[in-house]
Design a protein around this ligand. Structure first.
Ligand code: NDP
Length: 330
């Protein structure tokens, strides 16, 4: 079984030499464990944080050890009650071909109800992130005008479409290519979108949101956050989901210069973590599942094949190679 190890903590952009694909023995499951043949692996921006030693909400990856991440696979040996060979499970031991998983850490998923990869994306972690961040943290209300950055990505594309389906007055997205911008408007039904690489974020947002922004869902930080604060309406809410523009910085990035605008607008800015909102999971599945099934909520996945390309897929997420959820298929 092949697995990816972190060898050195990257400084700035991760380099291939910081990692190694290593051959390991396939172990047999102990009591209460199952052996899973992973089929789909998730690569996510937060993994960059785990590659550094800084204290965060999850422990750093250990040097010289296999990395972790969301994964879905098929049980090929079981030593646990209630899980049989042939079952499919979602678990957290990605970055490897085979995983020995504690049954308590495995969630059974149904490959007939939805494609297996969607349990990592539109019906999984990134989907819940979009749902909880928009509806709970940003207190989205019908009639709000919503701006979301990283809008062609896994979380962002779902935020914009949920806002639309729930009666937003206007949904604006930003993304890093003209093709992505086109997709947002033509396929996902955004009212306006712009390529942040084509000019000032603030100016482009001003044009796209002439009546201002009630909700900003931040996936990016930096210029985007400053621009959104500048266009925030009275009572506006900013949900800080991620700040991918700074994940590879070696020095802390300067903060927004215009925070005083929060006083004028009585605006609120609040960070959130999806895992604090698992209580919303049943409601999320009940509401979003049918939208995905009917095609009212569209999703894309960028699928990279092979464990040997797992690292490249992860780097691709940081570069913006993906449209929708980046998935590695084994
Ligand atoms: P995406 O699918 O959105 O992929 C990341 C995207 O970020 C890339 O496709 C790229 O698209 C964009 N990007 C990269 N660098 C920059 C930059 N400098 N400026 C602007 N955009 C950039 O990933 P996810 O949907 O999985 O995650 C989106 C955000 O949500 C991340 O910040 C992540 O850390 C955060 N997150 C937070 C969670 C929480 O619980 N708080 C849970 C899950 C995710 P482009 O071509 O448009 O540049």
């Amino acid at each position: 079984s092949r697995e990816w190890h972190l060898l050195t903590r990257p400084a700035g952009w991760p380099k291939p030499e910081d990692f190694a694909l290593v051959e390991a023995e396939v172990e047999q499951p102990g009591p209460g464990q199952v052996l899973v043949r992973n089929r789909y692996l998730s690569v996510d921006p937060y993994m960059r944080g785990r590659m550094s030693s800084a204290k965060s909400y999850v422990a750093p990856f250990e040097l010289g050890k296999v990395m972790q991440g969301g994964a879905v696979g098929e049980v090929v040996a079981s030593n646990a009650d209630g899980i049989s060979v042939g079952d499919h499970v979602l678990h957290f031991l990605g970055w490897r071909e085979y995983a020995v998983v504690d049954a308590q850490e495995a969630v059974e998923v149904d490959p007939d109800a939805a494609p297996l990869s969607t349990y990592l994306g539109v019906l999984g972690m990134t989907g819940l992130t979009a749902y909880a961040g928009l509806l709970r943290t940003a207190s989205f209300q019908e009639g709000d005008s919503v701006f979301v950055s990283g809008a062609a990505g896994a979380v962002g594309s779902q935020v914009g479409q949920i806002a639309k389906l729930k009666g937003a007055s206007r949904v604006i997205g930003s993304a890093g290519s003209d093709d992505k911008v086109k997709l947002l408007v033509e396929e996902y039904g955004f009212d306006a979108a712009f390529n942040y690489k084509n000019g000032s974020v603030s100016e482009q947002l001003g044009e796209a949101a002439p009546d201002g922004v009630d909700v900003y869902f931040d996936n990016v930080g930096g210029d985007h956050l400053e621009a959104a604060i500048g266009r925030l309406n009275r009572g506006g809410r900013i949900a800080v989901c991620g700040m991918i523009s700074v994940y590879n910085n070696t020095e802390p990035a300067p903060g927004p210069k215009n925070l005083a605008r929060l006083i004028q607008t009585r605006g609120r800015i609040e960070g959130f973590l999806f895992s604090d909102h698992y209580d919303l999971q049943p409601e999320f599945v009940r509401e979003v599942g049918p939208w995905v099934g009917s095609g009212e909520l569209k999703y894309r996945e960028t699928v990279v094949e092979g464990i040997e390309n797992n690292l490249e897929a992860f780097l691709g997420v940081l570069r913006g190679d993906n449209i929708g959820k980046m998935i590695v298929k084994l």
